[in-house]
Design a binder for this molecule. Structure first.
Ligand code: UDP
Length: 238
């Protein structure tokens, strides 16, 4: 009983960096609100939305203090994603959207533990589900967590919401002549080492035939337009 969109069940990945806006740290309330509005709009239009949030705006395992154990640092990074998950939940609930947060590391006082079948049930019941704590394992990224959840949820698409409007052949912030790709294959992304997401994430999407859409989340209406099948950024598929 999925609504009539090209992509009816969407896995939306929002990086911590996107939530940070122009600030150097934490969450920009205006950006948080804008992202929540995008989700609310798509949700109200009948889309099923599962959201995975990053945590880079608070902490990244890779840039942990020198000498800190990597796995230990990664757990801090995963906890950071839970803060974003709860902030997004708050913003969405202020807009009247029913949500559930599920975390890959149990913290029953603040969120449900991740239970796949229960998460799917939430989607079917019309709740936005927000996944926190990544995969629950160190040495992974939230992009990989998002690809994993997309496969587990049987999502029709992996939408990677970023601060730029697609994938470029070089950094558009630094090069005036940077060219944006309309379409890419999974293989091209890997071969040309294009910075879409890490190899583990892209491999998971490829093996499960989940198209990846990279687009600017700051542009209003993009989530819904993308779900309707418009190319609002760069599409990566086979
Ligand atoms: N992380 C992890 N395992 C996961 C997901 C995330 O260890 O499955 C940690 C990792 O240290 C990472 C941090 O959480 O640096 C924050 O996630 P990420 O860097 O992917 O966030 P984003 O770049 O999307 O803001």
């Amino acid at each position: 009983s999925r609504p009539k969109y090209k992509y009816a069940r969407v896995l939306l990945k929002i990086s911590g960096e996107a939530l940070q806006g122009k600030q150097g740290f934490g969450v920009d309330p205006a950006v948080l609100n804008l992202v929540a509005e995008e989700i609310a709009q798509a949700h109200n239009a009948g889309l099923q939305l599962a959201v995975v949030v990053g945590g880079g705006n608070y902490f990244r395992g890779a840039t942990a203090p020198k000498g800190m154990d990597r796995a230990q640092a990664d757990y801090v990074g995963m906890l950071a994603t839970v803060m974003n998950a709860l902030l997004l939940q708050g913003a969405l609930e202020n807009m009247g959207v029913e949500t559930r947060v599920q975390t890959a590391i149990e913290m029953r006082e603040v969120a449900e533990p991740y239970i796949r079948r229960r998460a799917i049930r939430h989607l079917d019941e019309g709740r936005v589900i927000i996944f926190g704590a990544g995969t629950g394992n160190p040495f992974f990224t939230t992009d990989t967590a998002a690809a994993l959840r997309a496969a587990e949820m049987n999502a029709d698409v992996f939408m990677k919401a970023t601060k730029v409007d697609g994938v470029y052949d070089c950094d558009p912030m630094k090069h005036q002549h940077a060219r944006k790709y309309e379409k890419l294959s999974y293989r091209q992304v890997s071969m040309d080492n294009l910075q879409v997401m890490d190899e583990t994430a892209i491999t998971l999407c490829k093996e499960n035939n989940i198209p990846v859409l990279v687009f600017n989340v700051m542009e209003r209406g993009n989530v819904l337009r993308a779900a309707a099948g418009h190319n609002v950024g760069t599409v990566v598929d086979s």
